[in-house]
Design a protein around this ligand. Sequence first.
Ligand code: ZN
Length: 200
Amino acid sequence: MPSLSPSLDELVDALKRLPGLGPRSASRIAEHLLSEDRTRAVKLLASLERAVKTVKHCELCNTLTDEAVCPICADQTRDRTKICVVESPADQRVIEETMAYRGLYYVLMGLVSPVKGIGAEELHLTKLLERVKNDAAVREVLIATPFTPEGDATAHFIAKAMASVAPAVRVTRLARGIPAGVELEYTDANTIAGAIFGRK
Ligand SMILES: [Zn+2]
């Protein structure tokens, strides 16, 4: 079949590069956005544009936020002796929702992955290591990367790096209440809260 709409093809092509979307769901979304009611498409365009202009990485914890320093890092009532290391802002949100953790965070925005060619150098770890080294308040780094080969490799790397820059800081891993291979994002709040308290 000849291309009926190169513009539609281009949109589908852009959508299918997004995580979790294959060619079929990309086509469905594109067709939906371009069907009768296009106000949704216009709203999406506006929020995407605003987010691209406004959202940045927190200077301290690297999470996505509208401010230079995010509201969690700025909150002086948080426990400043603990830093929880997570893969993504989505995982950070999951831990916040358990309300079992009152410390600070560090958001990696990825994991070490030999398959995808992402080494430890590609993750923004220098900022975390510098902070732990220079901030005497930090007593514990709680690693909450997923129990997958990539999550394990990342946790191992952080623990090793931490031992050399700040040997006095306790490094723990979110305990194995969470099933292996399961993404934190899809784990229920009680299980995560249990894992935070049961950490080794
Ligand atoms: Zn922050």
